[in-house]
Write a protein that binds this ligand. Structure first.
Ligand SMILES: *Cc1c(COP(=O)(O)O)cnc(C)c1O
Length: 527
C-alpha cells in the first residue's frame, strides 16, 4: 500500500516518499511523517535468514513506496558494500549479558554511516524520479558525526553540493580533523562560533527563508537536508534493529517473538525513534530505553511531561549527544497528540518561543514504551573502565552513556529481558576520553599533559559555550590512538589512519548569524 508523507505541523498536503526526501523539511518547518507505520510483511523467521542488504530492502520497501524494487536495491547495494569493514555491515558483541549492536563499521566510524551511506543514492534517485533539474544543496548542522558521514556520502556526487556547519571547539579533535580534511569541490565545512543548537537553528532558518530559496532557485539550486529530520535518514535506521533481532534469533540467543529491550544513547532522538518505528512495525521490542548525558532534557521530559530547553548547555565527552533541542521528538509528539498537527504546531511554537512546552496527561500516558534516564560524566567514564577491566571490551563515550543507563534501568526495575545496546561510535573517534578512562598510570600521565584542565578530546568548555580555537594538529591524539590499539587489540580503523597526514582543506569560521551569508557566498560567489 502506498505511503504518503505529511508535515507534523500541517497535514493537509501529502507528498510521496521521494518528494519528502528531496525536501528534507516540510515548507511549514514541520517534519515529514508517514501517514501510517507499515507492518513487516515477512516473518521474523524469514528475516533471520537474510543478510543486511536483504533485510534493509524488506524494511525500506514498506516506507519508500514510490521507489521501484530495482531503484531501491540499487541504492542499497551501492551503500552497504566494502566501505564497511565487516561483511555483516553491523555486528553484535555479547558482553556482560547484553548485546552491543556495533553500528560503527562504516567509513566514518559512527552510526551515522548507516543512513548517510544510502541517503545520497536515495536523493539522486528521488531527483531523477521527480524530474528535478536543479542542483541539490545539502545543508547540514552537525554535533560531530553527521557532518563527516554526510560529507563522505555526498562528496563527488554529481548534481549535489554539501555545506556542513559544526560548533567550533564543540567536537572531538578526531571529528574535526575528519571534517576539515574532506576533499571534493562540492564540499564546504564551516566552524560556527556557537553550539550545536545554534547551528541547527541556523540551518532551519535558512531552510525557511523564502527569499533566499527563490534567489537560489533562479541560479538552479534547491536545498535539502542530511540531518535526521530527513525521512530518508530515519527509514534506513529502522533496518538495523530488525536485522539485529533476526541475528539474535538465527544465533539461538532468543526465541521467536521474545521481547527484547533496546537502549539508545540519544541526542536528536533520531536513532531511538527508528527503534520505536521498528516496534510499531511489529518487531518484538519491549522497552525503549532513552539514555542521555548531562544534557538530560529528555530524561526530564519523560519523567515530568515538560520539555524545557532553558538550561545550561553542558559540553560533555559525548558531544554528539550535547543537544537541548531534540528535533525528532516532534515526530513522537505528533503521534501522541493523535496525529493532531495543529496541537503539535502549537507545542513547537512554544518551544521556539519560550523554549518549553508541557504535554497533557493523556499524551503522557502514551509514552509507556519509553524509559528515560541519564549518566553523568563520571558514571559514563566508570562504565568504559569497568567493561574494559572486566571483559576487555572497549566502548566509546556515547555507548558508555547507554551502557551506564542500562545498568540503572536494571537496578531500578529488575527487568532482565535480553537487551540490545546501540553502540554508536568506535572508541577511536573519542580516543582522548576513552584513554582517560581505561588508561593505566602511563596513559593517565600522558593524558594530563595532552589535555589541559577542562579540555578533553580537543574540546574546551568555557561557560557552557564553545571556545574559539584553531584546528589542533592532533599529534597527541594519534599517540593515544596507538596506545588504544595496543590495549584494545582492535586495529586502528582506516578512517583514523587516513586523517593522520591529510592536509586541512577547510578553515572557514563564522558567527551563527553569518551562516546565511556563507551559504550565499559559496553558491553565488558574491561578496
Ligand atoms: C548522532 C549520535 C548520537 C545521537 O543519535 P540521535 O539519533 O541524534 O539521537 C549518539 N551517538 C553518536 C556517536 C552519534 O554520532
Amino acid at each position: 500500500m502506498e505511503i504518503l508523507y505529511g508535515s507534523t505541523r500541517r497535514n493537509d498536503k501529502k507528498v510521496t516518499a521521494s518528494q519528502a526526501i528531496l525536501q528534507g523539511l516540510a515548507p511549514d518547518g514541520g517534519l515529514f511523517v508517514p501517514d501510517h507505520i507499515p507492518a513487516l510483511d515477512r516473518t521474523i523467521e524469514e528475516i533471520s535468514k537474510m543478510d543486511y542488504r536483504q533485510t534493509a530492502y524488506e524494511v525500506m520497501k514498506l516506507f519508500l513506496t514510490d521507489f521501484t524494487e530495482e531503484e531501491l536495491r540499487g541504492c542499497i547495494d551501492s551503500a552497504y558494500d566494502s566501505k564497511f569493514d565487516t561483511e555483516e555491515i553491523v555486528s553484535l558483541a555479547e558482553v556482560a549479558g547484553a548485546y552491543y549492536l556495533e553500528l560503527f563499521h562504516g567509513p566514518t566510524i559512527a552510526f551515522k554511516d548507516m543512513a548517510l551511506s544510502v541517503l545520497p543514492h536515495l536523493m539522486v534517485t528521488a531527483a531523477r524520479k521527480n524530474n528535478v533539474k536543479n542542483e541539490i544543496v545539502i545543508l547540514t548542522a552537525t554535533s560531530g558525526d553527521t557532518g563527516k558521514a554526510a560529507l563522505a556520502g555526498f562528496a563527488g556526487v554529481k548534481g549535489t553540493k554539501i555545506i556542513v556547519f559544526y560548533p567550533k571547539g564543540g567536537v572531538s579533535a578526531i571529528q574535526e580533523k575528519q571534517m576539515v580534511t574532506q576533499k571534493g569541490d562540492n564540499t564546504l565545512v564551516v566552524g560556527i562560533h556557537g553550539n550545536f543548537d545554534d547551528a541547527q537553528t541556523g540551518v532551519k532558518r535558512i531552510f525557511a527563508d523564502r527569499a533566499l530559496g527563490e534567489e537560489l532557485a533562479e541560479k538552479g539550486y534547491q536545498f535539502s537536508s542530511a540531518n535526521s529530520i530527513n525521512i530518508g535518514r530515519l527509514v534506513p535506521q529502522i533496518c538495523y534493529y530488525v536485522y539485529a533481532y533476526g541475528t539474535l534469533l538465527r544465533e539461538g540467543k532468543i526465541a521467536e517473538g521474545e521481547r527484547v529491550n533496546v537502549v539508545v544513547p540519544t541526542g536528536n532522538f533520531g536513532n531511538i525513534l527508528a527503534a520505536f518505528y521498528a516496534k510499531k512495525m511489529g518487531l518484538p521490542i519491549g522497552k525503549l530505553i532513552c539514555a542521555s548525558n548531562e544534557n538530560k532534557v529528555l530524561f526530564d521530559f519523560f519523567r515530568t511531561g515538560a520539555y524545557d530547553r532553558n538550561r545550561e548547555f553542558i559540553l560533555t565527552t559525548s558531544p554528539s549527544m550535547d543537544i537541548l533541542i531534540s528535533s525528532n521528538l516532534e515526530r513522537l509528539i505528533y503521534r501522541i497528540t493523535g496525529n493532531d498537527s495543529a496541537e503539535t504546531a502549537q507545542l513547537m511554537a512554544a518551544l521556539s518561543g519560550v523554549g518549553k512546552y508541557e504535554i497533557t496527561e493523556k499524551m503522557k500516558s502514551e509514552l509507556g514504551d519509553f524509559y528515560g534516564n541519564y549518566a553523568t560524566e563520571a558514571e559514563a567514564g566508570e562504565e568504559i573502565k569497568r567493561l574494559y577491566a572486566d571483559y576487555g571490551y572497549v566502548i566509546d563515550t556515547h555507548t558508555a552513556v547507554a551502557s551506564a543507563v542500562y545498568r540503572k534501568y536494571q537496578e531500578e526495575t529488575g527487568d532482565c529481558a535480553k537487551t540490545i545496546i546501540a553502540s554508536t561510535a568506535s572508541p577511536y573517534k573519542f580516543v582522548g576520553s576513552v584513554m582517560k578512562s581505561i588508561g593505566g598510570e602511563e596513559a593517565e600521565n600522558g593524558t594530563q599533559s595532552f589535555y589541559g584542565a577542562g579540555e578533553v578530546d580537543g574540546r574546551k568548555a568555557v561557560d557552557g559555550r564553545n571556545a574559539v580555537q584553531g584546528v589542533k594538529t592532533s599529534q597527541d591524539d594519534f599517540e593515544l590512538v596507538d596506545e588504544l590499539e595496543k590495549r584494545s587489540g582492535i586495529p586502528v580503523p582506516d578512517a583514523v589512519k587516513e586523517i593522520r597526514t591529510a592536509p586541512v582543506l577547510h578553515e572557514k569560521q563564522c558567527e551563527a548569524e553569518g551562516m546565511k551569508d556563507v551559504v550565499r557566498e559559496f553558491l553565488l560567489a558574491v561578496r
